[in-house]
Design a protein around this ligand. Sequence first.
Ligand code: PLP
Length: 285
Amino acid sequence: MSRIAYVNGLYQNLSDAAVNVEDRGYQFADGVYEVCEIVGGKMVDFPRHMARLERSLRELRIATPMALTSLKVIMQEVVRRNRISYGIVYLQVTRGVAHRDHGFPSPDVKPSVVVTAKSLNFAKNQAAAERGVKVITTAENRWPRVDIKSVGLLPNVLARQEARDKGAYEAWYVDDKGFVTEGASCNAWIITKDGRVITKSAERGILSGITRAVLVEVLASLQLKLEERNFTPKEAADAAEAFVSSASQIVMPVISIDGNPIGNGKPGPTALRLRQEFHKFADIA
Ligand code: PLP
């Protein structure tokens, strides 16, 4: 089956779908994106993803391209046309097409909208979660506005590749004060030996993950203690459990950091439980 993408008003075969070479997303990474998980053909936590999209757009002074109800219809249509039952849908909005000049186009141009979707292999993801994944640490190399979900991901690309080169799944950023911020494409969590769940505060220095926000609710309902604070790689290595969260992986247990096993070197029971409980709390529509 050929894959279908939506590009600025048209549903096209992915092999034909293209954006203008002067799209500012292409030339300046002048755009933002969202990724929603698809479960049973439906989008997970769409309202929260759209709220974050609108915030990212506002922070960059890019116009909202259309009503969110219309964006929803398009995203659902891309999911439907690609016959995705389990997977992800990707939405990208850029400032639009204009002759190359760093300043914003004047007058304004229409933002560009691209939507793609792909199936993920549920059994493969579940098997990875049951094995757990390894992370490395790397120095924070990003601009301070990581709260904006910008398509400017080159630092994240380099961090992820460094992890792969070292035989790991993900890189955890460490800031100049020695604290873990987040992963190249996920939020980072640890669970102490006395059962406290620790993740960095979303006030600054990380992307405020939607999965993270739902997990905060899951933790409360399970009466698990949450501490939103900084932690070091050493505290992670000494923790009972660790995991990462994101829309495409939900909860993925972490079993080692820089080669040091975490806990008994196996996925922890709490991380696996959170993974299991997550969709009971997520909005699926
Ligand atoms: N942090 C970064 C840098 C990310 O790229 C992502 C997701 O792509 C996340 C955190 C997790 O965010 P969410 O749970 O909304 O997918």
